[in-house]
Ligand binder design. Structure first.
Ligand code: ZN
Length: 454
């Protein structure tokens, strides 16, 4: 009897201890989301072969903000979006406005896009970006892009205005539809499926609870292109990431689900090619998130420290003018376009750039390190970063703050293939194999600056 009573007392002590931990929440969190589904006829971004505006809305698109503040008042804002990606030209004016309006420094803001290929084209330049685009089409694209910038500022303002006590916990699951897409063929590496190739199938999950222990938000990721839908799919749709977020929000009423993409540069969903498959992959990912949030997660306790560096990544020397003329005349797609852009630049008397300056960020949340790389980063950077930083308590995201083109590893550059075609926004050129070491050293230093313990 006494034995039983003491067990009961112990259980009660356990409950009280859990209660007091919840009462003294480690964090403050602010959440908000805004719908960004276009209403005007707009061209979509992702596949160059599309020659007309989208035909209808398959699913809505959103931008979502998560504002984090630690006990000492250090604050940072993560914005996720169902979009192809924000170039520096689109992202930096947003960050300037957030600095003026909310006092947020550049390193306190992280802008990530899910890289859907069924969302609106973004541009602030009047030059038509596709055959079939009229001046009026470009005007609508520019107007949408400006409207989107306003929405992102708005969603951060909203989230910042309602910070509430919160606890964070994190863990990870697996996404089985992630496939390396660098397929070897007798004529070199082509876009396809390579089941032997490296792919990061991690589904990192951050669960946000309120002071009463109720889930309020979940941030999750996957390292795979949002390309279940292909050029023939001409409807606005959030692809698997949109369906996964919708699934989680439907299963957990009142919860904000946010998706942050990883090193997806050379990964495609497998199989792909229909709206049904996009929904299927999204539901599978959403169910995995449902499962992970109910498992034993690691508490995130301690300080928030953020760092961002503008890094000059080296570019390869340009080919000769004769070679560029040959490429512009005989190659197709981005390769021909890049050769023509290089020729145009030479004709204007400009010098080929030797580097591309791009933002790289590291956040330390307690003992969890979030690395937010810019560009379409290939999966090789996952083991490279694990080696540099240690593999534990590490969340690697890409497509953050500036999406300018693929960031291939030295290996991918050596092997060739789609990911070696060069920068498509903000500059012209192809990364040098040395860019890999520059990037890894930068992240190593940033991780040291924010206090990561290996
Ligand atoms: Zn891509």
């Amino acid at each position: 009897m006494i034995h039983r009573l003491s067990r009961l007392l112990l259980a009660l002590v356990g409950i009280c201890a859990a209660g007091s931990t919840v009462g003294a929440a480690e964090w403050k969190v602010g959440l908000a989301q805004v719908k960004i589904t276009p209403e005007q006829p707009l061209f979509m971004e992702g596949y160059a072969s599309r020659d007309r505006p989208y035909e209808k809305i398959e699913s809505d698109l959103f931008v979502k903000a998560l504002v984090l503040e630690d006990r000492e008042g250090h604050r940072a804002v993560l914005v996720t979006s169902d979009l192809i990606g924000l170039t520096a030209a689109v992202a930096e004016p947003i960050c300037d406005r957030l600095r003026t309006k909310l006092g947020l420094q550049r390193e306190q803001v992280l802008l990530n896009s899910s890289h859907i290929h069924t969302g609106p084209m973004l541009s602030l330049q009047p030059q038509p970006l596709r055959t079939g685009m009229s001046a009026a089409d470009m005007e609508r694209t520019i107007a949408y892009t400006r409207w989107l910038q306003d929405r992102i500022v708005e969603v951060v303002e909203k989230a910042s205005a309602k910070l509430e006590p919160a606890d964070l916990r994190w863990g990870h699951g697996v996404a089985h539809f992630v496939m390396n897409r660098r397929e070897w063929t007798p004529t070199g590496v082509k876009l396809g499926a390579n089941p032997r190739g490296l792919a990061d199938r991690t589904v990192p999950v951050l669960r946000v609870d309120d002071a009463a222990g109720r889930m309020r938000a979940v941030l999750f990721g996957a390292a795979v292109h949002n390309t279940t839908l292909r050029p023939q799919h001409n409807r606005i749709c959030g692809d698997y990431a949109g369906y996964a977020q919708a699934h989680v929000e439907q299963e957990h009423k009142g919860v904000q689900a946010m998706f942050m993409i990883g090193c997806a540069g050379d990964a495609d969903p497998y199989p792909h090619g229909s709206y049904d498959l996009a929904r299927e992959h999204g539901t599978a990912l959403g169910k995995e998130v449902d499962r992970v949030v109910e498992t034993k997660l690691q508490p995130v306790r301690g300080s928030l420290k953020v760092a961002l560096a503008q890094v000059d990544l080296p570019l390869q020397e340009w080919p000769s003018r004769e070679e560029l003329q040959k490429r512009a005349a005989t190659k197709r797609g981005l390769e021909a376009l890049n050769a023509q852009r290089m020729l145009d630049l030479l004709d204007r008397g400009e010098k080929p750039p030797r580097t591309y300056r791009c933002p790289q960020a590291v956040w330390q949340l307690g003992d969890l390190t979030l690395v937010a790389l810019s560009g379409e980063v290939v999966v090789d950077f996952v083991p490279l970063l694990e080696n540099a930083l240690g593999p534990n308590r590490l969340w690697i995201a890409a497509y953050s703050n500036d999406v300018y083109g693929y960031l291939p590893s030295a290996r991918v550059l050596r092997e060739g293939g789609y990911e070696t075609r060069g920068i498509y926004a903000g500059s012209v050129g192809t990364f040098d194999p040395k860019a890999q070491d520059v990037l890894i050293e930068t992240i190593r230093k940033l991780a040291r600056d924010v206090g990561r313990q290996n």
